[in-house]
Design a protein around this ligand. Structure first.
Ligand code: MG
Length: 284
């Protein structure tokens, strides 16, 4: 009798725990770190107007940048560049093309980024212009400025990338101006060699990205080290370097867990929590 009662008791506790667990799960779906960022990118007026404001500010500076022959935005620019024709460099993903549909798929399917699914997405060519990007690149072209797209999409993705850009009328959407990772052996994920290739023939007056690496390669440090690099180039932001917000993914996220993607998802999440600097709370 005692045995039966105890067994029943244990069973009841297990059953109750299961119900509590199930109830909690039903009310609170599994957390996905990409939800709010992706929702913001895809649906918010706040994101779209921020992107439009970035490109509008740059457009207003075009005449000044073109007219001042000492004006350059590329750290790689050296030598006698003042007589070279002006150009701008823009990243592609989340800078001129909005891929929030892919991120939304990742979130709604509770899955993760993979190069295989990403390649399929790229070949669907359904990315849309980032708000303001088309207007800016057309204005630059109309001012005689060549437009280069330096992206870490991979070389085999060049044709669909060009097609996707052409679909909306982005200027200079061709093999020369779309510079992807791996097209040449030295073109790795680090963008300096590609910026170097552009500055060899052009004066780069502005650069655009959603990721620190779209401007400099000094991006792999700790959160604090990255802030130091940001401050080192404080005069560039909003004048020669234009950052688009991307709360969905980027080197800012991996900086919080030391760039170590081999860590478990749970560990990466813990590292991100630890990277924050919280208020001590209301106390008693
Ligand atoms: Mg990007």
């Amino acid at each position: 009798m005692t045995f039966i009662a105890r067994s029943f008791g244990v069973a009841a506790i297990v059953a109750t725990s299961a119900l509590v667990a199930f109830g909690a799960q039903a009310q609170e779906p599994a957390q996905n770190d990409g939800l709010n960022g992706t929702l913001w990118l895809q649906t918010s007026v706040e994101y779209k107007t921020t992107a439009m404001s970035v490109f509008a500010g740059a457009t207003r500076l075009l005449d000044a940048a073109i007219g001042d022959h000492s004006w350059t935005a590329a750290l790689e620019q050296d030598g006698n560049y003042m007589t070279k024709p002006p150009a701008v460099i823009l990243d592609v993903d989340e800078t001129v093309l909005d891929n929030s549909a892919y991120q939304a798929w990742v979130v709604t399917e509770s899955t993760y980024y993979s190069s295989k699914t990403w390649a399929k997405f790229v070949h669907d060519m359904i990315s849309t212009p980032t708000p303001g990007a088309l207007e800016f690149t057309k204005a630059a072209a109309a001012h005689g400025v060549e437009v280069f797209y330096v992206s870490n999409r991979k070389a085999p993705e060049e044709a669909p990338t060009i097609e996707n850009l052409k679909k909306y009328g982005f200027p200079f959407a061709d093999e020369k101006h779309v510079m992807l990772r791996g097209e040449i052996e030295t073109w790795g994920s680090n963008k300096t060699p590609r910026r170097q290739a552009v500055v060899d023939d052009y004066r780069v007056i502005m650069m655009f990205g959603d990721n620190f690496g779209d401007f400099t390669d000094e991006i792999d440090g700790t959160v604090a080290e990255r802030l130091d690099v940001m401050n080192k180039y404080s005069t560039y932001w909003g004048e020669r370097w234009f950052m688009l917000p991307n709360p969905s993914y980027g080197s800012w996220e991996s900086a919080a867990f030391g760039g170590d993607w081999k860590k478990s998802g749970e560990q990466r999440r813990q590292d991100k929590l630890d990277a924050m600097d919280p208020w001590a709370g209301p106390g008693e």
